[in-house]
Design a protein around this ligand. Structure first.
Ligand code: HEM
Length: 321
């Protein structure tokens, strides 16, 4: 790991954690990961194959953890790592050029739909940029404009300090984190090193629009995400045009609106169109309601829990280069 840090100029997670006034670090400590070398592009090299075969799922997300196979560490390069300030600045510069604030909502939705194919039960799917092969699925309606941003960003990165450093899957996560930041949400530092898939992930893993709250919770549980993480992540529905507030302001309006339930106002036609059916059922659910009340009353708590949940979601199913 030290060799890699010297060669690539990356900071270790423990160094990063000690620095003052850091954004929340997206470190991938708790997320599930899978080993599926055959669907990964570019062809895995010896280092990547060794990493995939040798590292247990949790250890793949914990390069600094005790017990990591020594051989993999000596070969070096594998596992999540952080961008240098120069690389992060290059990436931010590119997003500033290709991603106006109005695109922030679709970028945050894009990372969820790339991650959302992960199933802990089968150990496949996850954050691997397979979304590019899945844009025709009804679930993914409207996400082509998000993918276009990723393509444009990848092109613009050529010749910058971040050229060749990040995969398309990393860019999807970085773009979402950037979108959250520029709309006023928590600043999150993203680990990079995800491998891109060469084919679509299995279909039928995204939550259905008529799911009950408990069905949604079960769907997220199979992605390795618990109730608190589910409710915190859904807070990003405050972005976009579903009537939760300013479409490009990331705040806790979503939770306040769920408690007010404006869609039940029979006299107000406009208010009845606020939100989507899967949101409407959450405030009546005994598991979700206390979390909704907490985030409605305490925006900093929402930001903290959102950042932690985003970290976990951004690593589900990931194979690290
Ligand atoms: C049960 C879970 C979820 C369901 C059923 C769901 C469904 C939807 C639907 C139907 C839309 C409207 C799309 C449109 O008309 O443009 C939407 C928008 C959005 N979703 Fe979700 N979503 C879920 C969870 C999440 C999560 C976990 C995230 C993020 C981590 C997320 C992020 C977003 C964002 C940011 C938008 C606004 C996109 C835009 O305006 O372009 N959603 N979601």
């Amino acid at each position: 790991m030290q060799v890699i840090q010297q060669r690539q100029g990356v900071a270790s997670p423990s160094q990063a954690a000690r620095r003052p006034s850091r954004p929340v670090a997206v470190r991938c400590e708790n997320a599930g990961s899978s080993t599926r070398p055959s669907s990964i592009s570019p062809q895995p090299n010896r280092r990547q194959l060794l990493s995939a075969v040798m590292a247990a799922p949790l250890l793949q997300c914990l390069p600094w953890a005790a017990g990591r196979p020594a051989a993999a560490a000596e070969i070096g390069g594998e596992g999540p790592r952080y961008l240098t300030p120069e690389q992060q600045a290059a990436i931010d510069g590119v997003f500033a050029a290709v991603m106006p604030k109005s695109k922030a909502p679709v970028m945050v939705r894009l990372v969820f739909h790339d991650a959302g194919t992960f199933s802990a039960a089968t150990g496949d799917g996850g954050v691997n940029a397979s979304i590019r092969f899945e844009l025709d699925r009804p679930d993914n309606f409207g996400l082509k404009r998000g993918w276009n941003v990723i393509e444009a960003a990848a092109l613009r990165l050529k010749g910058t300090a971040a050229d060749g450093i990040v995969s398309k899957a990393d860019l999807i996560v970085l773009a979402a984190a950037y979108g959250v930041r520029i709309t006023g949400g928590p600043a999150m530092r993203v680990a990079v090193g995800r491998l891109d898939a060469a084919a679509a992930d299995p279909d039928g893993r995204m939550p259905e629009l008529d799911f009950s709250a408990q069905q949604q919770l079960a769907n997220f549980a199979d992605k390795g995400l618990g109730a608190q993480e589910f409710v915190a992540l859904c807070g990003s529905h405050t972005l976009g045009s579903k009537g939760y507030g300013d479409p490009v302001t990331f705040d806790n309006t979503y939770y306040k609106t769920l408690l007010a339930a404006p869609w039940t106002d029979k006299k107000n036609e406009m208010a009845q169109h606020t939100g989507i059916a899967t949101d409407h059922v959450l405030a009546d659910d005994p598991t979700c309601r206390p979390l909704i009340q907490r985030y409605a009353a305490d925006q900093p708590a929402f930001f903290r829990d959102f950042a932690a949940a985003f970290e976990k979601m951004s690593c589900v199913g990931v194979q690290w280069a």
